[in-house]
Write a protein that binds this ligand. Structure first.
Ligand code: IMP
Length: 423
């Protein structure tokens, strides 16, 4: 990596960003999560051990890496402590963590409301992770949110919580839910704040200092561009923007620093939760890919929906998230298929289009225009160079590059940290 690298999910999340950020975290001085919260599930496998991180940055395993949870995140302090305790229990206890005092706090009523809003939608669920992410961001924008730094000033926190509960308990009452008790939340969050106090600071100052002194900084996006609140398949999206363009505001740094943006995409597509998915497969091939790719949600355990690689969506990601290269993940999963397909355009009401329409009704009517190419039988999981790959596998990668106008600079051929081909 150069000095500053952004790793961004380029599809619907779960692309394997955890593995890529973990890979670059080996060389990074600082790893930064800049949006989302514990709705993310970044799986990292090394030394035969598997770790699922939800809100902590992927550099947490490397004692010399500074891990930053920036101001654009929504943080559940109780869940975060649970995550940190688990790491310590697994012998990972030499981390460096810095939590923005400006990051929004996920409160108990946020997850209650997340569940309630979902159940009110009848058949039109978003399929959220029910971690309270949307309601926490909504409170932030409504300016009744609580910030991590507030937990350090107990008097101010009490005031903020009291004000918030006035509104939130009214909402809970209207939804027929039990009200939240001030004292219970206050005690639990003060205790969590006390434990997290050593890590809470102004991470914008820290990041700017690091960048100015030439440190290598890795920005780790959560979710994926198609789940972006601004550019995704609204309303079937998360409530933050995982694009690289959101990094400056979400981390408190200048936009000029973000120039290298690596889009992470699977060699096929997956999606959890509801919403249109033009290349979705519902046949035997979906089953084959789901089982080989262990396509079950890290956070919720839900089976993921599976589809062919969507170059229209990847081009959308390239444009709106500023991608300049790509990592192709889970490539080994496709081995053994007779043929593989790539979606190069959509057919919408009889017309071919090469962009992602903004409305759900249009996107739901889009049929994928697929090109088919022969598959390969070889096990590629131990291959370490591009030249070793079967000819048909190389052809597939070239097709992806042509269709997306992106160089595939990294190919992942297995879950382990070392199962990676660099070009
Ligand atoms: P929320 O982020 O919990 O509000 O969920 C909104 C949508 O984003 C749902 O479809 C979730 O399944 C999806 N989502 C949220 N986080 C992730 C993730 O890390 N990977 C994949 N999908 C996610």
């Amino acid at each position: 990596m150069g000095n500053i690298l952004a790793v961004v999910g380029a599809q619907w999340g779960d692309e394997g960003k955890g593995k890529i950020t973990d890979y670059f975290a080996q060389e990074a001085d600082v790893v930064v999560r800049y949006q989302g919260g514990n709705n993310a599930g970044h799986t990292i496998v090394f030394d035969g051990r598997k770790f699922a991180l939800q809100s902590t940055p992927s550099g947490i395993f490397n004692p010399s890496t500074k891990n930053v949870m920036a101001n654009g995140m929504v943080i559940n302090p109780v869940a975060l402590l649970g995550e940190l305790d688990k790491l310590v229990a697994a012998g990972i206890d030499k981390w460096q963590l810095f939590i923005s005092n400006r990051a929004a706090v996920v409160m108990p009523y946020h997850s209650m409301l997340d569940g309630a809003y979902e159940s009110l939608k009848g058949g039109k669920l978003i399929g959220t992770t029910k971690k309270g992410i949307g309601p926490a961001y909504a409170d932030k924008y409504n300016r009744i949110g609580i910030r991590m730094g507030d937990l350090l000033d107990k008097e101010y926190f009490a005031q903020r919580l009291e004000d918030a509960l006035q509104v939130k308990n009214m909402e809970l009452r209207m939804l027929g839910l039990p009200e939240c008790d001030f004292q219970t939340i206050y005690d639990e969050y003060c205790a969590a704040g006390d434990r997290l106090a050593p890590y809470i600071c102004d991470t914008s100052v820290l990041l700017n200092d690091e960048i100015e002194k030439g440190s290598r900084v890795l920005f780790e996006g959560a979710q994926g561009v198609m789940l972006c609140i601004e550019n995704g398949t609204f309303p079937y999206v998360t409530s933050s923007s995982p694009t690289a363009s959101s990094i400056p505001v979400n981390a408190g740094i200048a936009p000029r620093y973000i120039t290298d943006v690596l889009g992470v995409g699977k060699a096929y597509c997956t999606r959890v939760g509801e919403g249109p998915f033009p290349t979705e497969l519902l046949d035997e091939t979906a089953h084959y890919i789901r089982e080989r790719g262990h396509e079950y949600g890290t956070v919720t355990g839900r089976p993921r929906r599976v589809g062919w690689f969507d170059a229209v969506a990847m081009n959308h990601a390239r444009r709106v998230a500023g991608l300049n290269r790509m990592a192709l993940m889970l490539f080994d999963v496709l081995s053994g298929l007779e043929s593989v397909k790539i979606c190069v355009a959509y057919e919408l009401d009889g017309k071919q289009i090469d962009y992602v329409p903004s409305t759900i009704s249009e996107l739901s009517r889009c049929k994928p225009v697929l090109i088919e190419t022969p598959g390969w039988k070889e096990d590629i999981t131990a291959m370490t160079s591009y030249d070793e790959l079967p000819e048909n596998a190389k052809k597939y990668i070239e097709l992806v590059e042509k269709a997306t106008k992106l160089d595939v600079s990294i190919i992942s051929v297995g879950p382990d940290r070392n199962q990676i081909i660099l070009r």
